[in-house]
Design a binder for this molecule. Sequence first.
Ligand code: SAH
Ligand code: SF4
Length: 344
Amino acid sequence: MNFIKMYKILELEPSFRKKQVEKAIFGLAINDWDVVTTLPKTLKEKLKKECPFKDTSKDIQKELIKIEENVVKARLNFTNDLVETVLMRYKSRNTVCVSSQVGCPLGCSFCLTGQNGFKRNLNSFEIIEQILFFKRYLKKYKENVTNVVFMGMGEPFLNYNAVVKAIKMINSKDGFNISNRKISVSTIGLIPKILRFTKDCPQCNLAFSLHAPNNKLRSILIPANKKHPLKKVLSVLKKYQIATNRSLMIEYIMLKGVNDSLKDAEELSHLLKSNLKSIFVVNLIKYNETGKYESSTFDQIRKFKNILLRNKINVVERYRLGDSINAACGQLTNKNFLHIMGKN
Ligand code: SAH
Ligand code: SF4
């Protein structure tokens, strides 16, 4: 769908037409202009001609794969840039993990997306299209998208304006109508953008990808840490906590022999307790092996977790869905795309 063209056409119409169309497309996930009975015939014909539902219904659909019971991955084709997006179906919610960039320029050593380089930023409509795609898919099961996480390909804060614009569209009562509290943005920690996000989206959830208990190790794993040193990042995250009173998610992938020792757990506890307000939860994430590192053993993760608990830190273990189809976080890349058609 060419949303840019669509909005240009709607600009010439009274504003309630825009609302009607947004309700139909984003709220009801229609994929045929004919079903929008509220529109006058001339406008409908124009939209049909200029903005056909070609992309999602034909081109993209065939890129859908579903292998694991609760996870569906789709590869969407945006003007020849392939973008991956993942649906995770839980009992009480359906979460779409969206990409914000084609690739990622930050090159974190553990992340497959980062290792494969960067092509371009996505625009807000391309971000929205990923959610819309799964909204249409879920309609078949009489279900809806309930949550959105910006944890797919790319660093959302390197594409800040498009991401915030997309968030506003996700919130819109006339559209998806998903509240900010059901939207999470994950960042590697870009200081000025955390400050802006605190002002622009105080009700959204923020996840910080920490992955190391000290500045030195973090700079080895995450090149961006050199420009955004850990203590400074933590100090703006504390400002976020104070301003929003929202719990912060701290993401920590468990890398065998790299950041998972019991000493690391003590150091991590101290780092967080002395630099943040106590409203945060540490997510210990099982590393999806992408070549360079090994994931920590379950036993080690348990021991690490116990130290955090003993230090009175809220902690959860997370096993990312989608591992077997390379749909888990950090595994999104257009290479190795398992092309299994007709399985949905
Ligand atoms: N650029 C943002 C958002 C995308 S990555 C960020 O880095 O936060 C989403 C999450 O997946 C991040 O916490 C990231 O560190 C993590 N991740 C990256 N590679 C991973 C891997 N191979 N296994 C598990 N998690 C990974
Ligand atoms: Fe980019 Fe996030 Fe991957 Fe780092 S972990 S390379 S910031 S997508």
